[in-house]
Design a protein around this ligand. Sequence first.
Ligand code: ADP
Ligand code: MG
Length: 698
Amino acid sequence: MNSFLATPIAYLKGVGPQKAQILQEELGIFTFQDLLFHFPYRYQDRTVFNQVSLIRPEDTYVQLKGRFTHIHESGSGRHKKLHAQFTDGSASIELIWFQGFQWLKSGLNVQDQYIVFGKPKFFQNQWTIPHPELNKVTAETELKGFQAFYPSTEKCQSKGLHSRGLAKLIAQLLEQSKGKLPENLPGYICEVMHLMPKPLALQEIHLPSNENLLKAARYRLKWEELFYLQLELLLRKGSRARKLSGFQFTEVGAAFNEFYQKHLPFELTGAQKRVLKEIRKDLGVGQHMNRLLQGDVGSGKTLVALLSLLLAIGNGLQGALMAPTEILANQHFIGIQELLAPMEVKVALLTGSTKKSERVKIHEALLNGEINLLIGTHALLEDTVQFKSLGLVVIDEQHRFGVAQRAKMWRKNKIPPHVLIMTATPIPRTLAMTFYGDLDVSVIDELPPGRKPIHTIHRRENHRQKLLSFIKEQLDLGRQAYVVYPLIQESEKLDFKNLEVGYEQITEFFEGSAYAISMVHGKMKPQDKDAAMQAFVDKQTHIMVATTVIEVGVNVPNASVMVIESAERFGLSQLHQLRGRVGRGAEKSYCILMTGDGISKEAQKRMDTMVASNDGFVLAEVDLQLRGPGDLMGTQQSGALALKIADLARDGQIVQLAREKAREILDEDENLQLEKNSYLKETMRAVLQGKPNWGRIS
Ligand code: ADP
Ligand code: MG
């Protein structure tokens, strides 16, 4: 990093050791560079104001300019509030603070003019603004059209490092930086991609001259961030492919051929065939395969996995299939054993509940190569599990596994086994390009033939009786139904109560009928759970009332109704997973989303999306918009998304462009060894510094 940018923040005028410490602890700002990269989260055009008398319910935010007429506190202790009456000449409005207003109160002055920004609320017949942002009008604040607002914390605020305080420091630093800020993209890229020079971008993002320049500045900074990231990912991908040799599967092998010709239960879909070809090609060249297999719920990923594993087995190697839960591992084991029953392939199951004596036998049989295919859970990762010669690992429902766990699988052989990762639900393209940017991606974009779209509807409590009658109609037609309740750790008790109440309600409704009801929840012993599930599979019971333990791993083609209770509490991908439990047979299937009356806008959008689409890829995109990438990929990996300015949910196009550019550069210069690119390599390292997790994503 350039030495000016690396200057410790304590050396900035107006900071000093005490403030420096707070900036470090609260905002992670250690150097000049960090402060310049503390970007505004919002801008306000200071030339446009609302009038108090004209505030309308559709105004989500208003900006007012005026004076305080009256300031007082009410309540005591924790219930203390600060009220300030504010007028702009057209009318008066109350501003109100419920906490953290001590520092504010001492600074408010009825003589001064202020700019107020906030969300108006209509409360007790008048407009109020709770916790507005406040800025005193000074000659300085009037100067610029746009004001930037910076993220800050309560502790920062109490030391004068509120948005305004930070703005002042940044403005001063920009002044000091003139002529010292380096460009960090080569001219030839800036030119073709129409990117603003870096120093100007930093200036404009903090102190925008106008909207267009602000946009251009944001674009430039996002571009740079995403470009270096993609460059790094692609560079790594290339060098791994060259460095790591993998087992070369020289032939298709007898195992694959026998299965394909004699025991394949159905014709593969076009997409399955295409993906299988991609995999076969990878495995044939002697380089290490690291491939992500994406496909919607029910698109038939398991069969592709099995065929790939048979390739390994036919080449004299072993295979492993790892699933995130015991139920799922069990299901794979049972299903695959059945499919392979007529063949000479030895399959074993290893999970947390495998008995010690059995375990010892498995360990031995793995080492001497007797077992061809091992199916299991995390238990596969244990160091005691050693293979004679592991050729391919398939990881199902990938995003529940951490990166470190995947790496562990690799190390099970001197030559690392090939890796095929399968996702439970589709991941939006931008996320896939970033999270799995150094993997090759295969997509199954076609469902097996004969699937009918699941008819999805959203209903509220007042439809309860109709819902019960509908379930009965379906049971009368010989079908079965699921009723699923949410299970969220923090309120497990409450969830359990909901489940029980629901169970009683259904039992009461079906009292005296021929229909039996099973219940499955997380508190049951595994044997009881299995017994209840089995009863449902065997059609001894007709309704399965359950928590989300059934989310993955059950396959009952006769079930045609999926009722999801408190559906507003589920994310889109989970709803889609649950819905995927029905529609597996030939019958028309239904998914009914039950929610309360007053659900949030976001929840409503989720319900609408579910009703409108059966396509997991479409849902994944909407989910990304609604929840953001961190939530979507799970907390385990969200740290890896420490992007400063780019937003994977919104900037998909830039990701794409940046990746193409990076690829173009590497196509010409695979190790960035050319003189004109040495600079790129150095800068990439510097830019990615402080993003510790990127290196570990794959
Ligand atoms: P997922 O991709 O969600 O893991 P599965 O592999 O569990 O999907 O497949 C879903 C269902 O579709 C299974 O019952 C499977 O047997 C069936 N299936 C898979 N491939 C085909 C095919 N080509 N034709 C018909 N049915 C198929
Ligand atoms: Mg699956």
